[in-house]
Design a protein around this ligand. Structure first.
Ligand SMILES: C[S@@+](CC[C@H](N)C(=O)[O-])C[C@H]1O[C@@H](n2cnc3c(N)ncnc32)[C@H](O)[C@@H]1O
Length: 356
């Protein structure tokens, strides 16, 4: 009943949105992505090469769709929240999302960004985004969601903005899952890159943080000096991100897109090794069958830029539940009933006519 809900995949990357929304039962009718390596990965996995630069795409050329999805790059606007129309955002990639929305009027807009978007440019960026969507007569709701609530062992907070036509999206209906831990997502075997014990220091009695992270130690690289109090080496914030070591008994910190050499170190069975690229894809919820066709540095970038697939799946399911299933059933019921009633009327008219 929902297999004809169509979506478009903007800023598609390697297709995290596509995977999650297709799993939820939607159909992708268009995608756009500018980066050649991402396009290759996308093609290898979905058999379609995304259209390129979104700024060059004419909205009229896009097939009609119901849901617009986009994990767009965060850029400042030179305007403040309350001003004129969406034209003010011209020159930013968000403007291109707006002009496609304005032209195509999708029922649902699903946007994803880093949590920091709320504070970006002292809150102005976020305010502009919400106001411009409202100016296009959408009802906007948003929430910060964590991948670790959706069945993957990664502390990855992202803001999700959902703009809709008839009623607001109800985030409280999302089904969250029990926390899972990194130890259950590791490769069974492989050529692991272990560190020599002389290269790191493990701390005594590491504790689990509320987020599920367990800071277990650090690589013996330069420790920050500025503003660091003596005897605080046991605190994760004293160490630069690529020097931190986390225990697999907890969850993993956010995989960032800037880390192209995969310096993610984990403590497993008393030894420290790098997280493998397959493990990175797994803790974003990508299927084992996903084809990784780019050079390793690009793959680290791609997965760090992507989106937690099971989180998108849950969002997709709830979007269908709240905006399409009830409506589709109503429309269907409407159509079927009306057809049956008409048929009934026609039959009785015929009977009536025969009796004339
Ligand atoms: C945060 S990533 C989104 C990743 C995606 N959600 C995924 O699952 O992989 C933003 C993407 O926007 C792409 N991008 C940036 N500028 C673009 C443009 N002008 N047109 C199309 N894509 C663009 C980048 O190459 C990048 O892959």
């Amino acid at each position: 009943m929902t297999n004809n809900v169509k979506f478009i995949d903007l800023f598609a990357g390697i297709g995290g949105f596509r995977l999650g929304l297709e799993q939820a039962g939607m159909e992708c009718v268009f995608s756009s992505e500018i980066n050649d390596h991402c396009k290759e990965t996308y093609f290898a996995n979905f058999g379609e090469r995304p259209y390129g630069d979104i700024t060059k795409i004419n909205a009229n050329d896009i097939e009609d769709f119901d849901v617009l999805s986009a994990g767009f790059p965060c850029q400042p606007f030179s305007i403040s929240g309350k001003q004129l129309g969406f034209e003010d955002t011209r020159g930013t990639l968000f403007f291109d999302i707006l002009r496609i929305i304005k032209e195509k009027q999708p029922k649902v807009v699903l946007l994803e960004n880093v949590k920091h978007l709320i504070h970006h440019d002292k809150g102005n960026t976020f305010k502009v985004i919400i106001n411009k969507l409202e100016e296009l007569e959408y009802l906007v709701s948003w929430k910060v969601l964590n991948a670790s609530d959706f069945g993957v062992p990664q502390n990855r907070e992202r803001i999700i903005i959902i703009a809709t036509k008839e009623k607001t999206f109800d985030f409280s209906k999302l089904q969250k899952k029990k926390r899972v831990y990194l130890k259950d997502f590791l490769d069974k075997d492989g050529d692991f890159e272990y560190l020599d014990p002389s290269e790191y220091t493990l701390i005594d009695n590491p504790t689990i943080q509320k987020s599920g992270l367990i800071f277990a130690g650090y690589r013996n690289k330069k420790i920050r000096k500025n503003g660091v109090r003596p005897n605080t080496e046991h605190l994760s914030r004293v160490h630069k991100q690529p020097n931190r070591i986390y225990s697999v008994e907890g969850v993993h910190p956010t995989l960032p897109s800037q880390e192209t050499s995969g310096r993610f170190y984990i403590l497993v069975d008393g030894r420290v090794r790098k997280l493998t690229i397959d493990e990175c894809f797994r803790i974003m919820g990508f299927p084992e069958t996903f084809k990784k066709v780019s050079p390793l540095g690009e793959l680290y970038k791609q997965i760090g830029n992507s989106v937690c697939v099971p989180m998108v799946y849950e969002l997709g399911k709830e979007i269908l539940n709240q905006f399409f299933i009830e409506n589709t059933q109503t429309t269907r019921r409407g159509k079927v009933q009306v057809k049956e009633e008409l048929q009934g009327d026609l039959d009785s008219y015929r009977r009536f006519a025969v009796n004339l």
